[in-house]
Design a protein around this ligand. Structure first.
Ligand SMILES: Nc1nc2c(ncn2[C@@H]2O[C@H](COP(=O)(O)OP(=O)(O)OP(=O)(O)O)[C@@H](O)[C@H]2O)c(=O)[nH]1
Length: 522
């Protein structure tokens, strides 16, 4: 069973419990049977599943808990907590520190996704403002250096490797000392893999580790390997000091449960998961947001961090406009351009509370990207005056015709874009200005939010009135009756299908981003 289905099944079981008139041991057993069955089908280690069952039962005392509402709540909270414990070894993961020269070594079997993940990680920390270099110490697989070189060049990341030196230890040492000399903040060393755990592989890993003395060793594991994950993780743990884990290929049809169970085998935290072959397909991992997202309850901290990466507060013109309650076409273009930098919208959507896995499955990421590109052509065909306007200039059909000809986009689509812009403009008007929603938010908490998305999350949520407040805010933004209804509309109920969804998502992201950025400037 793939992870999305697992989430949907657990969620379904919890929902079914809400409908039970009487909560007794029988109802609890039925719930646990369903959840444990689903976990086993997803390859989660049988011992861990058994432990989860025992722990939940221990926490729920049917006699002590008076009302059924109370029992339901305690059961649901216990299941959630136990699912989190499955993927949380309770260790704070290592993080590179700015101002220090951090060395990270990647290990894993051949084809697990080491080289790809190295570049994704380098790119992630580059986005955070670090100077990152990649060293290719894989001399085992012909073409490994070329692959790293290609990935690194595409992501504009400096790299080091050699076509002539055959000793991986020497390459690793030379690469690290070169980047150290050039004052790099983070140096990532990619090592060779083998088809299976072999003596040579472990000996080589140990030698490289002894030579470069990594601050952290990341074990890369293929998410599709199922039950074999446990033994593999143990073998690596015995040989090198695994600091953290990246699980790859968690997109598509990965069951993932096996690899997730590796946390228990190594006692090391999962730090990222790979969700595709592209540079953006690396999601920061944290137990609670991961479980929350899997159950369709969203990942607010991930969403906020992603929005934070946009550095919207650097767009001073737009921030000034939004504070005044003004939103020009140029502001919308800049927002959409920013969103395009984040990768497929489905990823952002997955972080929104209320997005069920089924909803996400029916989204076509390529289609969204195409739509955004066509919008860029529309904006490119506008004059500076038009871009700096509120869009009313396009009441003149001649202008519309001209932009349609210039961009190759149909007039109806441009009209729809302008309509979305108009609606969003109305929202900005409401949010900005002296009496707007933004003015009611505590500036100190908003400032903290802009600086440190991880730390500000609880504060921000509190400011917004918790998860309920967040949903209400989204409703206000869209002027719709609820997130679920909104999604239905996006999925085609309103006749717009994918296009509709795209536009609304952009609207929402624009709104969220605007708020984060606003806070940062106060
Ligand atoms: N779908 C998907 N594919 C991935 C992911 N990560 C890596 N891949 C693909 O998996 C294949 C192997 O990845 P590599 O990065 O070359 O693996 P490696 O561990 O470096 O392999 P060696 O260098 O031979 O040890 C490539 O085709 C990658 O594009 C992921 O998260 N999702």
């Amino acid at each position: 069973m793939v992870l999305n289905e697992l989430g949907a099944r657990i969620n379904g079981a919890l929902q079914a419990l809400s409908k039970e008139p009487v909560i007794d041991d029988k109802a609890l057993d039925a719930l646990l049977r369903e959840i444990c069955g689903a976990l086993l089908e997803s390859d989660v280690n049988v011992r861990l599943v058994q432990q989860l069952r025992v722990n939940v039962k221990k926490r729920v005392n049917m006699e002590e808990l008076a009302s059924s509402t109370n029992k339901r709540k305690v059961i649901q909270n216990s299941v959630f907590d136990e699912l989190c414990s499955l993927v949380d070894p309770g260790i704070e993961p290592w993080q590179p520190r700015k101002g220090k020269q951090n060395i990270v070594m990647f290990v894993g079997l051949q084809g697990s996704g080491k080289t790809t993940s190295c570049t994704k990680l380098a790119s992630y920390y580059k986005r955070k403002g670090m100077k990152v270099g990649l060293v290719c110490a894989d001399t085992f697989r012909a073409g490994a250096f070329d692959q790293l070189k290609q990935n690194a060049s595409r992501a504009h990341i400096p790299y080091y490797g050699s076509y002539t030196e055959a000793d991986p230890v020497q390459i690793a040492m030379d690469g690290v000392s070169q980047f150290k000399k050039d004052k790099f903040d983070l140096i990532i060393v990619d090592t060779s893999g083998r088809h299976k755990q072999e003596v040579e592989l472990f000996a080589e890993m140990e030698q490289i580790a002894a030579a470069v003395k990594p601050d952290n060793t990341i074990f890369v594991m293929d998410g599709t390997i199922g039950q074999a994950a446990d033994a593999q993780a143990r073998a690596f743990k015995q040989s090198v000091d695994i600091g953290s884990i990246i699980i790859t290929k968690m997109d598509g049809h990965a069951k993932g449960g096996g690899a997730i169970s590796a946390v228990a085998a190594t006692g090391s935290p999962i730090v990222f998961i790979g969700t595709g072959e592209h540079m953006h397909d690396l999601d920061k991992f944290s137990a609670r947001p991961f479980i929350s997202k899997m159950l369709g309850m969203g990942d607010i901290s991930g969403l906020v961090e992603t929005v934070q990466d946009l550095q919207l507060d650097k767009n001073e013109d737009m921030m000034k406009n939004i504070a005044k309650g003004v939103f020009t076409l140029k502001d919308m273009r800049d927002q959409l351009q920013n969103i395009m930098k984040l990768g497929p919208l489905s990823k952002l959507m997955g972080m929104m509370p209320g997005m069920s896995p089924e909803m996400l499955k029916s989204m076509d990421a390529d289609e969204s990207t195409k739509k955004l590109r066509s919008y860029m052509c529309v904006f490119d065909s506008m004059t500076e005056g038009e871009l700096n306007s509120d869009g009313k200039l396009f009441d003149d059909e001649k202008r519309l015709h001209r932009v349609a000809r210039g961009s190759g986009v149909r007039m109806v689509e441009i009209q729809a874009l302008l309509m979305q812009h108009g609606q969003f403009g109305q929202m900005v008007k409401k949010m900005g200005g002296p009496n707007g929603m933004l003015s009611k938010m505590n500036p100190a908490a908003m400032q903290q939010m802009a600086k440190n998305p991880g730390a500000m999350n609880p504060n921000m949520l509190k400011q917004m009135g918790g998860m309920g407040g967040m949903q209400k805010m989204i409703q206000q933004m869209g002027g719709m009756s609820g997130v679920q209804d909104m999604m239905k509309q996006m999925m085609g109920g309103g006749g717009g299908g994918m296009g509709n969804m795209q536009e609304m998502m952009s609207q929402m992201m624009g709104g969220m981003g605007g708020m984060g950025g606003m806070g940062g400037r106060r």
